[in-house]
Ligand binder design. Structure first.
Ligand code: ZN
Length: 85
């Protein structure tokens, strides 16, 4: 294999260990809940989920699950604000 490509692969492995290098600015992910699948999106720093709970609370188990999964790489959503109010 080309030695410069090997260098890039090694660097990629190192980067992948350092979560603070990553900041998702936009995201679309389908979360398979117990009852239904929901498409959670992150756009302009704001979370959205089409489920009923999110409509009332601005947060839900689906967005919280994705936040937890990507902790440190995505903006904090309703979890923080729900605790503060
Ligand atoms: Zn939801």
């Amino acid at each position: 294999m080309n030695s410069s490509l090997i260098g890039k692969i090694e660097k990629a492995h190192r980067y992948a260990q350092e979560r603070d290098r990553f900041a998702f600015s936009e995201l679309r992910v389908v979360v398979r809940g117990d009852n239904d699948a929901h498409e959670v999106t992150l756009r302009d720093g704001r979370w959205h989920c089409p489920c009923d709970f999110f409509a009332g609370w601005g947060t839900c188990s689906h967005t919280m699950a994705v936040e937890h999964l990507l902790e440190g790489m995505v903006p904090e959503g309703g979890m923080a604000t729900a605790g503060a109010s």
